[in-house]
Design a protein around this ligand. Structure first.
Ligand code: PMP
Ligand code: GLN
Length: 395
């Protein structure tokens, strides 16, 4: 006799991801897909060539569980070169199946049932599911949309942040640059988070997958704040930085004690992955500064292109400080609700976007917002924008 429903209670409510759903809608309708975040141009030929050569040379069996020494050294060198963070590649770096596994393994390794995890709301979709799988409880702190009269930045109330921390808090899971809002946390905001971590003896897990996509302001890893190096697990991956999202090579960096805990969980999730991709991502991390600068400049121009087109289409576009996503308020476009707007967008304009509500703890908080990805060819962005302008949204 089967016990139904099959899905365990801790995963109830986490059905198909919004990305899978909207990419399917794009495929079914032939609409331009600005929903799921992935670039439409593959990363550098020399990185891809390294993976091809590795396959040809027989690097096809399991890599070492913590990742190849070469890639762990490349990650350590990258942390030193860009962020002035000193790490021991043998003890303090763990290679994972994307940032997603690094985050899930950190939650599973560090949380007891009922422990609280502070997050800024909205969150990337795997956070709520990861917290639930770890038996922990999410404590969201709302990021409020910009007041257009007062600039473009999503912001939070420092009192609300302080109130979210308590004796029950185990972790803060911080994402900067932030998906979906495009917010880059300022030094003052990060200092507030760091101070609360120290005061409440909380560990930080920071998701920095967009570390090289900052257009305004600067990226400052939380681990570089006073007292935080010993209580931060810094997570990133090669997917965004090298436009190779399908390779799923990520990493976690932190003290030997923290990384040892994360490794314990990780080794029973995937053990290891992506043997031929590890030397290739190592080669990517060693590319010259010109690569990283050009990548950022290209995306900056795309940000401005798409924001301009969205504005022309009558939407209120919030220009992001980082990432490759822009949020737009659709209130003035006739269909004020983002979910309804995204459902009808393929038919109205032949474009797919993501309703930002999908990322919010309380969907009402993101009801008016949609998220669009601008990591696409200029011609694709222009065509999508023209179609939206032509749709003359009226409801
Ligand atoms: N974190 C954020 C904020 C993301 O946007 C993504 C998107 N892919 C991930 C984590 C997942 O990274 P990966 O593909 O390396 O698992
Ligand atoms: N990170 C991508 C986004 O935010 C999606 C990755 C996925 O499909 N899980 O769109």
């Amino acid at each position: 006799m089967s016990r139904v429903p099959y899905l365990a209670s801790r995963l109830q409510g986490f059905n198909t991801t919004i990305f899978a759903e909207m990419s399917r809608l794009a495929a079914e309708t032939g609409a331009i897909n600005l929903g799921q975040g992935f670039p439409d141009t593959d990363g550098p030929a020399e990185i891809r060539g390294t993976a091809i050569a590795a396959i040809e040379q027989g690097q096809n069996q399991y890599p070492p569980g913590p990742g190849t020494a070469d890639l762990r050294h490349a990650v350590a060198d990258h942390q030193q070169r860009f962020w002035n963070i000193d790490v021991d590649p043998d003890q303090e770096v763990l290679i994972t199946a994307g940032a997603t596994e690094a985050i899930a393994a950190s939650l599973l390794a560090l949380c007891e049932t009922g422990d609280e995890v502070v997050v800024f709301d909205p969150t990337y979709d795997s956070y709520a599911a990861g917290i639930a799988m770890a038996g922990a409880v999410m404590r969201p702190v709302l990021l409020r949309p910009p007041d257009p009269a007062d600039g473009q930045r999503f912001w939070f109330d420092p009192d609300e942040l302080a109130k979210a921390f308590s004796a029950k808090t185990r972790l803060v899971l911080l994402n900067t640059p932030h998906n979906p809002t495009g917010k880059v946390f300022t030094v003052d905001e990060l200092a507030m988070v760091a101070e609360l971590c120290l005061r409440h003896d909380v560990i930080a897990v920071t998701d920095e997958v967009y570390e090289h996509l900052v257009f305004d302001g600067e990226h400052r890893p939380l681990a570089t704040f006073p007292g935080m190096a010993t209580r931060t697990i810094t997570v990133s991956s090669g997917g965004k930085t090298f436009s190779l999202t399908g390779w799923k090579i990520g990493w976690a960096v932190g003290t030997a004690e923290l990384i040892s805990a994360v490794r314990t969980a990780k080794q029973y999730l995937t053990f290891a992955n992506g043997t031929p991709f590890q030397p290739a991502i190592a080669a990517g991390l060693r590319l010259g500064d010109d690569y990283f600068e050009r990548f950022r400049d290209e995306l900056l121009a795309k940000r401005d292109l798409l924001c301009g087109l969205l504005t022309e289409a009558g939407l209120l576009a919030y220009r992001p400080e980082g990432t490759y996503f822009v949020n737009a308020d659709v209130s003035a476009a006739g269909i004020g609700d983002g979910i309804e707007f995204c459902r009808r967008l393929p038919e109205l304009a032949g474009v797919v976007a993501i309703p930002s509500a999908a990322f919010y703890h309380d969907r009402d908080d993101g009801a008016a917002l949609i998220r669009l990805c601008f990591a696409k060819k200029d011609g694709v962005l222009t065509e999508a924008g023209q179609r939206m302008i032509g749709a003359a949204f009226t409801g």
